[in-house]
Write a protein that binds this ligand. Structure first.
Ligand code: 5RP
Length: 220
């Protein structure tokens, strides 16, 4: 079975977590897009959505879903998004699509974070996928030096400006053995806006699309 078919399976399974007349947070990327395709069919059950990126906003609007301002939408009962990597504890690497800052805000604002992914995203140790870090433009050299000191190999993502007007460093060679500790440490480097490590606020449920169906893993 193709990776895309597994993503579609996971995206469809997330519909079960939706309650009627709810406002939900929606992530960014190809798996989130499959989820939006599913939402289009049941949009009459939604009071609206809070988006994690300009790309997702466009897609939600194109299928007729109202996009709400996160500052007035209030607390989110549900946030559905994918990841670049997840471990068994549902600590995630996110930001491959560059939307990590808004994604982290939606994760922080939500009661339930459901991560949807194909089975290739589940790993033993995070870090094979380069860790995205959003940085203030004037600080990227400083942040790069700080990441080098910690054993990472930061590379500036070419031709990318985030929705917030910032840059992204992709950090290679990070074997992330203590995700919560590393996230807290990197959060303290001046100039970093957001680290694409979601361990202090992990996903609550992982729906993993596989060739034999959807496997559910809950955070413990
Ligand atoms: C975007 C993300 C995405 O969730 C992540 O990159 C996974 O994308 P895809 O669903 O296309 O595999 O974090 O910033």
């Amino acid at each position: 079975m193709s990776t895309d078919s597994m993503k579609k399976r996971a995206a469809e399974a997330a519909l079960e977590y939706l309650e009627n007349h709810t406002i939900l947070g929606v992530g960014t990327g190809s798996t989130a897009n499959y989820f939006i395709d599913n939402l289009a069919r049941i949009k009459h059950r939604l009071d609206g959505a809070v988006s994690s990126s300009e790309a997702t906003t466009r897609r939600l609007k194109s299928v007729g879903i109202t996009v709400l301002n996160p500052n007035t939408a209030g607390h989110l009962p549900l946030y559905v998004d994918s990841a670049d990597e997840t471990n068994q504890q549902l600590h995630l690497i996110k930001g491959g699509g560059g939307a990590l800052t808004q994604e982290k805000i939606l994760a922080a604002t939500s009661d339930l974070f459901v991560c949807i992914a194909d089975r290739s995203k589940l790993v033993e140790i995070l870090g094979t996928f380069p860790l995205p870090v959003e940085v203030i433009p004037m600080a990227h050299s400083h942040v790069r030096r700080e990441l080098l000191k910690r054993g990472g190999q930061p590379t500036l993502r070419k031709n990318v400006i985030t929705d917030n007007g910032n840059l992204i460093l992709d950090v290679y060679n990070m074997q992330i053995l203590e995700p919560t500790k590393l996230e807290a440490e990197l959060n303290n480097i001046a100039g970093i806006v957001t680290v694409g490590l979601f361990a202090l606020r992990p996903a609550d449920v992982l729906l993993l699309g596989t060739a034999s169906g959807v496997r559910t893993i809950r955070h413990f």
